[in-house]
Design a protein around this ligand. Structure first.
Ligand code: FMN
Length: 349
């Protein structure tokens, strides 16, 4: 099993209630780092001062082929920012967030401070408790309908973070989205650079690495762990587009629901906002027992993204595609520790 190093067992009773603001802020980062990120790149780093956290995009962790603009990179940072906000509330403070505080420093995404004391709401506490229990679940889901009210809650959650959430109900649209995902798989897997990037972030289940996707997260039994280097070699050298597309198609056809996050414009500020909407929705899903996984391939291919946008009833820019359902429990994936993502630690390396 990949090295999880206790990171998911963060204990709220360890919150340093009587310590300095700086110590409290550092503790809160334990929740930020549990956010999802594309290929588990964890493309964030943080600087802490005596009274604030500065969240930076870490472009050394950009996926140049799948995400050349850094759109998913900033969405991932938005998810980390949301965890931080919910943790701040849970521990009894209003969050004070300034996004993009320095216009000439675009990779400085947010300044986060503790505001006045508050009584956290039951809902904030529910979302907080879901942070260490949320994991991407790429397995098949049960053939159970999702109650209509769940979709309303998810849409309300997205709207609360200024995000638009399209629930795909129409079967023709659903089929069209499935076709777009399969087409994207074919196009991406035909590109040796894309395959090589994918292989770079693949890890054996026994890896000691603190990032990347261990093969168990793709449902590969740890008894076959020894095949990972061979599989990575095959992935780099052979176009397996047909089987990947077929797998995605089956996953989508057997998923009770597909949802698409979208925005009206397509700027870093939209990406940071949709990352927060995404994480609020993922945590809500966890609260109500829903499993979630991503199928963003068509959004990563500009022409297919344009085609996908035609199926949305409002916004022009699709940002994330998720499938939803009820699934088995899955294991957490590794994370870099708080010390590893602090800028002071990075500058000392
Ligand atoms: C912006 C974004 C895009 C993602 N895209 C995909 C994707 O296309 N396919 C996929 O299987 N997982 C995708 N993921 C899920 C990540 O691989 C996952 O969050 C990461 O491996 C960490 O695992 P965890 O979510 O279980 O903590 C995405 C996550 C984010 C935040």
């Amino acid at each position: 099993m990949a090295e999880i190093n206790g990171i998911w067992d963060v204990k709220e009773t360890d919150f340093p209630q009587t310590a300095t603001t700086e110590a409290k802020l550092k503790f809160l980062l334990n929740y930020a780092i549990l956010a999802p990120s594309s290929h588990n790149t964890q493309p964030w780093h943080f600087q802490i001062t005596s009274n604030a956290i500065y969240l930076y995009a870490d472009r050394t962790r950009l996926l140049p082929i799948a995400d050349p603009q850094g759109r998913e990179l900033i969405i991932s940072c938005g998810a980390a920012l949301f965890n931080l906000r919910i943790a701040i509330r849970h521990f009894g403070y209003m969050e004070k967030i300034t996004t993009f505080p320095e216009p000439e420093e675009p990779d400085l995404l947010a300044c986060i401070e503790l505001g006045e004391y508050i009584q956290s709401s039951t809902d904030d506490n529910l979302l907080f408790q879901a942070i260490p229990r949320r994991h991407t679940n790429r397995h098949d889901y049960q053939d159970w309908d999702i109650p209509e009210t769940f979709f309303k809650w998810l849409q309300k959650d997205a709207a609360q973070e200024s995000g638009y959430l399209h629930v795909v109900k129409n079967t023709i649209v659903r089929r069209a989205i499935t076709d777009l995902v399969a087409e994207a798989d074919h196009l991406q897997m035909a590109d040796a650079n894309y395959r090589s990037e994918l292989a770079t972030w693949m890890r054996p289940s026994s890896s000691k690495s603190h990032d990347g996707i261990p093969v168990y997260a793709h449902g590969i039994d740890e008894h076959f762990d020894f095949t990972t280097p061979l599989f990575a070699l095959v992935l780099r050298n052979i176009n397996m587009g047909d089987s990947v597309a077929e797998h995605s198609r089956k996953l989508l056809e057997n998923s009770p629901a597909i949802i698409v996050f979208a925005t009206e414009t397509d700027t870093p500020s939209d990406w940071l906002a949709i990352g927060q909407a995404l994480e609020r929705v993922l945590l809500r899903g966890q609260v109500v027992g829903l499993s979630t996984s991503f199928l963003n391939q068509p959004i990563q291919v500009p022409e297919l993204r344009r085609q996908l946008s035609q199926f949305l009833d409002c916004c022009a820019y699709p940002q994330i595609i998720l499938r939803l359902g009820f699934g088995v429990e899955v294991k957490p994936t590794p994370r870099r520790s708080v010390d590893e993502v602090m800028i002071s630690a990075l500058s000392n390396v």
